[in-house]
Write a protein that binds this ligand. Structure first.
Ligand SMILES: N[C@@H](CCC[C@H](N)C(=O)O)C(=O)O
Length: 269
């Protein structure tokens, strides 16, 4: 499946037992020697009585992540398409988040992504809490960043021109910075208007992807905290656009966007 180009191998681990280790996942993720994907989404039975499904997220390098926004839309679509449920409104959980999803009449999916976590220990970030931004030194350069957890850690920096952003160079430097003990997804945001941004994301465990849903939420939260963005923002990533809404501190973030099945198959591992 794909959600604006962030692509997934989605596995139904309810109807069949699935055991994949880190090495097998990274082999399957390989774009030449495997199926090729940014993340594996493994759909499991609910872990709470009020949830409909649980899903686990594995990055292309086989590491496990706590949340995936584009993946959540893919799961919401997949479970209906495979007849695992007929409900248009679902409650999904991951290892770090629970969320409500709604299938809109136009086919887009809206997700209540929960409240962003801004406390350094919850991101996690080794820094005393600041209200808007943090200054981080890396390899002789000082970066002004926003730090947000959407159930996974995000570092957001503003750039003048998204096409010239050094995503492949600065992304891994900040992602592996010692201030982020669990590493971070690094978003490069160009503000076009107060209701529109362009974004590229260097994802932890993958590299630059065509889109990152939690990254889009984190960028809007970081921009709102800096008072440069409106409540509703169109976020355009290399693979397409998402619509993000955040009323401010204490409120959940809403994300709307598409998800599509690309092909189905069977594989022996
Ligand atoms: N592509 C995802 C995020 C996937 C997990 C991330 N790489 C991490 O390790 O936290 C999204 O759409 O949010």
């Amino acid at each position: 499946m794909q959600g604006i180009g962030n692509d997934f191998m989605v596995v139904d681990a309810i109807s069949q037992p699935v055991y994949l280790n880190q090495g097998q996942i990274s082999q399957l993720a390989h774009r030449n020697f495997g199926i090729g994907f940014d993340q594996l989404l493994m759909i499991e039975a609910p872990q709470h009585p009020e949830a409909d499904f649980h899903f686990r997220i594995f990055n292309a390098d086989g590491s496990e992540a706590g949340h995936c926004g584009n993946g959540a839309r893919a799961v919401a679509k997949y479970v209906r398409q495979k007849g695992l449920t007929w409900k248009r409104e679902l409650r999904l959980s991951t290892n770090t988040a629970t969320m409500n999803t709604v299938m809109e009449d136009n086919g887009l999916i809206t997700i209540n992504m929960g409240k962003p976590r801004l406390e350094p220990e919850k991101i996690p970030l080794r820094f005393a809490q600041q209200s808007e931004t943090y200054m981080i030194d890396a390899e002789g350069i000082r970066y002004k960043i926003g730090a947000v957890s959407m159930g996974n850690p995000h570092c957001v920096l503003q750039v003048e021109d998204i096409d010239k952003a050094a995503v492949g160079k600065v992304g891994p430097i900040l992602s592996h910075h010692s201030y982020f003990p669990a590493q971070a997804n690094v978003g490069f945001m160009q503000v076009v208007e107060s209701n529109e941004i362009k974004l590229r994301v260097f994802e932890r465990g993958v590299g630059e992807t065509l889109a990152c849903g939690t990254g889009a939420c984190a960028a809007v939260v970081a921009g709102r905290l800096q008072k440069i963005l409106d409540e509703k923002v169109k976020v355009t990533l290399p693979g397409g656009s998402l619509w993000i809404r955040w009323a401010g501190k204490g409120s959940p973030v809403y994300m709307t966007g598409p998800a599509k099945v690309v092909f189905e198959g069977q594989i022996d591992v």
